[in-house]
Design a binder for this molecule. Structure first.
Ligand SMILES: *[C@@H]1O[C@H](CO)[C@@H](O)[C@H](O)[C@H]1NC(C)=O
Ligand SMILES: *[C@@H]1O[C@H](CO)[C@@H](O)[C@H](O)[C@H]1NC(C)=O
Ligand SMILES: *[C@@H]1O[C@H](CO)[C@@H](O)[C@H](O)[C@H]1NC(C)=O
Ligand SMILES: *[C@@H]1O[C@H](CO)[C@@H](O)[C@H](O)[C@H]1NC(C)=O
Ligand SMILES: *[C@@H]1O[C@H](CO)[C@@H](O)[C@H](O)[C@H]1NC(C)=O
Length: 812
């Protein structure tokens, strides 16, 4: 700790001219004249705490610290110079100097090793060790309660003692937080910090660096909601205070129990109490309680239940967003409501019991509202996702509202609370329908005729709800595909009878319409043109390829509709439509700042990696391009249009075809020329997309006044000359993201290399994008002039000028 020259001089003078007394036995104060040396201690008046020099564990260093006087096991609760150890304490003293500083001083040269940073100056400063374990600095002539110049309670190390406040003083802007020792031999701050987070309803947050490791939940009047031990223990009292001056957590015990709340070097927050009968410490509670206490381990709306295997599940009426991920124990994508919300039509709230309440970072609370008032407020605000009671002791009171997705939920056996979660109103009807099933079972016992009747009724009802399950892709070779089947009437109604106004565009095999289900869900309907033979194959291919595969970066198939001549696929609707409409539009592209573009690149990469490697069937998309990347409301990319995709089992990685289909500008040389397609031809298309996203320009149709290269050729020229940044769209501000930008261009170029073997696989590309490692030099790309591409094939259709998917009959 640095101190001004004025003070150093003062101290120097003091050291030389003051007569220095030894600490007398059993005092609790240090003054300007009473000095503490190694081997001496001061003790609080009630004999509870002791302050002096100590050596931790097997360390060679000595520190000034505080420990319990009475416990046999020396337990240090505070360290003054935790970051600045002293190896030889000869001539080192702890003393108080004017104008009110507590210092650790080297008498031989007047150097200050450690100092309290006091803000106020007084004439007669004195340091006193209180029985609470608070070492305070005050004016000896001022008996005002709490009128301290400085106190160790505001400067904690790893331990929270009863009466200490963990949190914020908003007036001084100071935060008291805990950080553990590095290890038992070294009290300097370890990796972890333990804070009170005052945003929303206060929570205690364990961080490692800037990462959140775990959060403890709102106090519900009975103790932490996830720490059942605390509820039964009536002697434990705690306080959570939040007002405009301060926000803090503090605790105490009714009986005089020796206790401490400590963050261990491994990042666990432990409450210890001293058992005098056995003369030992025992852990009273500890967080995290297990590995699955980790912050949001199960993702949004996921619920962790340690008694289950796997431990993560979705809350009732929720489904995994990324089922394949769940199969691999990657729960981070979390869950979605099985029925989307529709706030305008009136949502409802359903009660979930026995859970550790979700993260309250985005929450709001009112301590005096009733639960009914709480519900009304939450219902009115469409972004309010749930509500619960704030204080469940004494009959319950208060209101806690959650905004944004609910994360970090846990199923608890005994101490869980009730929470009311926003649901589509149709979920209530669905519950009603389950009752019908029950009735149906009852009627079994009544008689066969009755059964027959009710069965008929029941089937009718289900048919009305149009979610009839039937095999949809049975013509394909994969027999067990089951996706929801919608009837034509429903689809026709949802799309205003396929009105021109609802038409979104032309997909691979027919028009695409926007639709709206009665429940409020928006859909996109791909309708197969009648009498289209080619279209039928593509329809089947799409059903087979996508039905079984769900990933957050693949567009979600909701179902299909096959009636008579009509064949349709029903998808979730993507409000931001396709990437090309935004990326290549000079006005619209402004919404795509670099972080969004990078997010899109990474999303596409992960979606494609999933198709190539993660799913049971290997899928080669064959028509990856900007217009087949759809964007949801948060600009998350979703790969769509699987009409040209091919599925492979086992180890097959590619094939040859005599019918080359794809889109110019995105087709790799080996595919366009020889009809050979493989995962690496998709990688090539991905590389083109990356360069398009960075530059905002189409590969095809790109022209430069200095050369006849296409975008790939241009990018490669710049890369070779070390000028890659010139490729970036002129309107894009990439300062601050230079390494990400350069890395993206580099990976893009690696993906479009001429030789398929040279191109990385998608999993390698994903990790190249994510990590800082060195990348191999890129070799020259395939098709870096327009002419290469066109002369390569004997038939060029008129379509090739725009970005339509084309079909070439290859003459080989
Ligand atoms: C500590 O330093 C003093 C002089 O500053 C010296 O006499 C003494 O030997 C040293 N002790 C150790 C253990 O090094
Ligand atoms: C104290 O000062 C003396 C003289 O400058 C120096 O030799 C010694 O290392 C200092 N001790 C500490 C612990 O800094
Ligand atoms: C004391 O020092 C700490 C760390 O340098 C700083 O955060 C804090 O604001 C200081 N307090 C005062 C009262 O100056
Ligand atoms: C909390 O609710 C009570 C009762 O509804 C109301 O009087 C009070 O103004 C509310 N407080 C805040 C801060 O909204
Ligand atoms: C809903 O609540 C959020 C968070 O408190 C607030 O920002 C937003 O303005 C509210 N919306 C309405 C319509 O009241």
């Amino acid at each position: 700790m640095k101190i001004s020259n004025k003070y150093s001089l003062l101290i120097f003078v003091l050291t030389f001219f003051m007569s220095i007394q030894k600490i007398s036995n059993q005092t609790d104060t240090i003054t300007t004249t009473q000095i503490l040396r190694d081997g001496e201690t001061i003790v609080s008046s009630g004999g509870i705490f002791e302050l002096g020099f100590f050596r931790p564990g097997n360390s060679k260093n000595r520190y000034v610290g505080m420990w319990y006087k009475k416990t046999k096991v020396k337990t240090v609760v505070w360290v003054a110079n935790r970051e600045i150890p002293v190896s030889n304490t000869s001539g080192i003293v702890l003393k108080v100097i004017e104008p009110g500083l507590l210092v650790l001083l080297n008498e031989s040269n007047g150097g200050i090793i450690w100092s309290s940073n006091t803000s106020r100056h007084v004439k007669t400063p004195v340091a006193i060790l209180l029985d609470s374990g608070n070492l305070v600095l005050k004016d000896a002539n001022d008996d005002g309660e709490g009128n301290f110049l400085w106190e160790s309670f505001n400067n904690p190390t790893d331990t929270l003692l009863p009466g200490m406040k963990l949190g914020w003083n908003f007036k001084t802007g100071m935060e008291a937080y805990l950080s553990p020792w590095n290890n038992n031999d070294d009290p300097s701050s370890g990796d972890f910090t333990y804070h009170l987070d005052p945003s929303g309803y206060p929570q205690l947050v364990m961080k490692r660096g800037s990462d959140v490791v775990f959060k403890t939940r709102p106090w519900n009047g009975l103790g932490y909601s996830e720490m059942p031990n605390l509820r039964q223990n009536l002697i434990f009292i705690y306080e959570v205070v939040i007002n405009k001056n301060e926000a803090y957590y503090a605790y105490g015990f009714v009986e005089s129990i020796i206790s401490r709340y400590v963050v261990s070097p491994s990042g666990s927050a432990q409450h210890w109490i001293w058992i005098s009968r056995t003369q030992s410490w025992v852990v009273f509670s500890s967080a995290p309680t297990d590995n699955y206490d980790r912050y949001k381990v199960c993702g949004a709306y996921g619920s962790c239940n340690i008694d289950n295997s796997p431990v993560c599940g979705c809350l009732d009426r929720f489904l995994p967003k990324d089922p394949e991920g769940w199969d691999r124990a990657d729960w981070s994508a979390g869950c979605d409501r099985r029925t989307s919300l529709n706030c305008q039509n009136g949502d409802v709230f359903l009660k979930y019991s026995g859970i550790k309440l979700p993260d309250t970072q985005y929450s709001w609370f009112n301590e005096s509202m009733t639960l009914d008032e709480c519900k009304v407020v939450c219902l009115k605000n469409c972004s309010c996702m749930a509500y619960s009671q704030l204080d469940i002791s004494k009959g319950g009171s208060g209101c806690l509202l959650w905004f944004k997705d609910l994360i970090d939920i846990r199923q608890l056996s005994e101490a869980g609370q009730d929470i009311y979660i926003r649901m589509a109103s149709s979920e209530l009807e669905l519950k009603g329908r389950n009752k019908k099933v029950l009735e149906l079972i009852l009627s079994l016992s009544i008689g066969m005729i009755l059964l027959g009747l009710s069965l008929m009724l029941y089937l009718r009802r289900r048919k009305k709800r149009n979610h009839r399950l039937r095999s949809c892709g049975r013509q394909g070779h994969n027999k067990d595909i089951e996706i929801p089947m919608f009837d034509l009437y429903t689809i026709s109604k949802a799309t205003n009878n396929f009105s021109v106004n609802n038409k979104l565009g032309e997909g691979g095999f027919g028009p695409v319409y926007k639709g709206l289900f009665e429940e409020g869900q928006e859909i996109a309907v791909k309708r197969l043109s009648r009498n289209s033979f080619q279209g039928l194959d593509e329809f089947k291919s799409e059903v087979i390829c996508i039905a079984k595969h769900q990933h957050r970066n693949l567009v979600k198939l909701l179902g299909c509709c096959i009636e008579g001549e009509e064949k349709m696929l029903i998808y979730e609707y993507m409000p931001n439509r396709s990437l090309d409409l935004i990326l290549f539009d000079p006005m619209q592209s402004a919404v795509l700042d670099w972080p969004k573009r990078f997010h899109i690149i990474n999303g596409i990469a992960r979606g494609l990696m999933y198709l190539h490697q993660d799913s049971r069937l290997r899928i080669i998309h064959r028509d990856l391009k900007a217009s087949n990347i759809l964007l949801d409301s948060d600009m998350n990319p979703k790969i769509s249009d699987f009409g040209l995709a091919r599925c492979f089992g086992g180890n097959e990685t590619g094939a040859n075809t005599s019918r080359v289909v794809g889109t110019y500008g995105y087709m790799s040389p080996e595919y366009a020329i020889d009809g050979h397609f493989s995962v690496k031809s998709d990688v090539y298309s991905f590389g083109v997309l990356v360069l398009e996203i960075v530059s905002g320009k189409r590969n095809r149709g790109f022209s430069h006044r200095d050369h006849h290269h296409n975008l790939l050729g241009h990018a490669w020229r710049l890369y070779k000359e070390g000028r890659s940044l010139e490729l970036v769209n002129a309107h894009l501000d990439v300062s601050g993201y230079l390494s990400e930008v350069l890395r993206s261009i580099h990976v893009g170029l690696l993906c479009v290399q001429q030789c398929p073997q040279d191109r990385p696989s998608m999993s390698v590309a994903v990790s190249m994008l994510a990590n800082e490692g060195l990348l191999p030099q890129a070799r020259h790309p395939g098709f870096f002039t327009e002419r290469d591409a066109e002369s390569s094939s004997s038939t060029t259709t008129a379509n090739s000028k725009n970005q339509m998917t084309i079909s070439l009959v290859e003459a080989r």
